[in-house]
Write a protein that binds this ligand. Structure first.
Ligand SMILES: *[C@@H]1O[C@H](CO)[C@@H](O)[C@H](O)[C@H]1NC(C)=O
Ligand SMILES: *[C@@H]1O[C@H](CO)[C@@H](O)[C@H](O)[C@H]1NC(C)=O
Ligand SMILES: *[C@@H]1O[C@H](CO)[C@@H](O)[C@H](O)[C@H]1NC(C)=O
Ligand SMILES: *[C@@H]1O[C@H](CO)[C@@H](O)[C@H](O)[C@H]1NC(C)=O
Length: 316
């Protein structure tokens, strides 16, 4: 019995003296939001606790790209890994040989960390996995798209109602052109936003969704003005003011999100766009309900334009 115990003890001592042991981390993940990547490499059984006796090598698929010599405190690195540094030189004496690399240089793959302390050494392999995903969580993107689509859609319906009540040719052209511009820009924004990654193109997507939506505010004002023949009452003004407020909230959300990864304040953008969509539908209902009461005024000369297709289906 004692022989077995001694053998186990001896084995442990021998293994300990010859071999450095590591915290077994098999893989780490970098996401689109990591600016730097930390490859962990923690030795658990250092004996001397001094960096002078230590030497660290990092390899990617067997090619050495980084080395740190504790006796001279000199670092050598490959051009492709110019950003690589030990996470903390002080903590090397505590066993941490973890490496910090910039996001762009940290290519996915199997990295090995080789640590030497005097005559003892050891190696551990860590796989770096790259998880690519869209910047905004899917459910937030869906709400952002949904509310802006609603706001734009209700604009088009309001435009149809307005045209059916008689508008001039110039008004039609201007209003339709503005509608086309905001629709096209929004679609481009949606596509860029939902692409994988957190890059200028995704940020531009959010910009194209939120910022041009400002057009909807004056458009709402013009439509109400046309339908109500310039006699805007408090309620109509309120609709326009609340729609501006919605826009303002969306822009605040945009400012909070644009450099953030993950975008923690997506809900602010959603809230702003939701208010804009709500005001657009309130404006539409109001226009249909009350606009028709004011029909007693002499109608403007109807201008027939091929673009007025929507006219037929709208309330007369
Ligand atoms: C990436 O960032 C996350 C969150 O900040 C962090 O938990 C993770 O360890 C980082 N990944 C790597 C490989 O450094
Ligand atoms: C750096 O990376 C490029 C391509 O990614 C590769 O062709 C080149 O051999 C690498 N340079 C070194 C010194 O490893
Ligand atoms: C160094 O180690 C200490 C103790 O483990 C820890 O609190 C500290 O965050 C580490 N420093 C760095 C830069 O990793
Ligand atoms: C890393 O090694 C593991 C296990 O050996 C292997 O399954 C994986 O494909 C490797 N990854 C890369 C990027 O080579």
């Amino acid at each position: 019995m004692w022989a077995l115990g001694a053998w186990v003890l001896l084995g442990a001592v021998c293994a300990g003296s010859a071999q450095l042991q590591f915290n077994a981390i098999k893989s780490v993940e970098k996401t689109i939001c990591n600016k730097t990547v930390i490859l962990p490499c923690i030795v658990t059984n250092l004996a001397q606790k001094g960096i002078r006796a230590m030497f660290v090598k990092w390899k990617l698929e067997k090619n050495e790209f980084f080395s740190f010599d504790g006796s001279t405190e000199e670092t050598h690195r490959n051009k492709n890994f110019s950003s690589a540094v030990l996470e903390s030189v002080q903590n090397l004496s505590l066993g941490s040989a973890s490496l910090s690399i910039s996001k762009t240089q940290a290519v996915p793959g199997n990295y090995s960390c080789e640590v030497t302390e005097s005559n003892r050494e050891g190696e551990t392999v860590i796989e770096l996995i790259y998880r690519v995903e869209p910047w905004f969580p899917q459910v937030e993107s869906i709400f952002i798209i949904l509310f802006l689509v609603c706001a734009i859609l209700f604009y088009w319906i309001q435009l149809g109602v307005t045209v059916s009540k008689g508008t001039t040719f110039q008004e039609n052209i201007g209003l339709i052109l503005a509608g086309i511009i905001i629709s096209v820009v929004a679609v481009v924004g949606f596509i860029l936003l939902v692409l994988d990654g957190f890059e200028p193109k995704n940020q531009a997507g959010l910009g194209l969704i939120v910022l041009p939506a400002v057009i909807l505010v004056p458009l709402q004002y013009f439509l109400l003005k046309i339908v109500f023949k310039n006699n805007l009452l408090l309620f109509e003004i309120l609709v326009v003011v609340l729609e501006s407020l919605g826009y303002l909230i969306a822009v605040i959300g945009f400012a909070l999100c644009i450099t953030a990864c993950p975008p923690k304040n997506g809900a602010v953008v959603i809230a702003g766009l939701a208010i804009m969509a709500l005001m657009a539908v309130v404006g539409l209902i109001y226009m249909i309900a009350l606009g028709s009461c004011k029909k007693d005024q002499p109608p403007k000369k109807a201008v027939e334009e091929p673009l007025n297709d929507a006219k037929g289906v709208m309330l007369e």
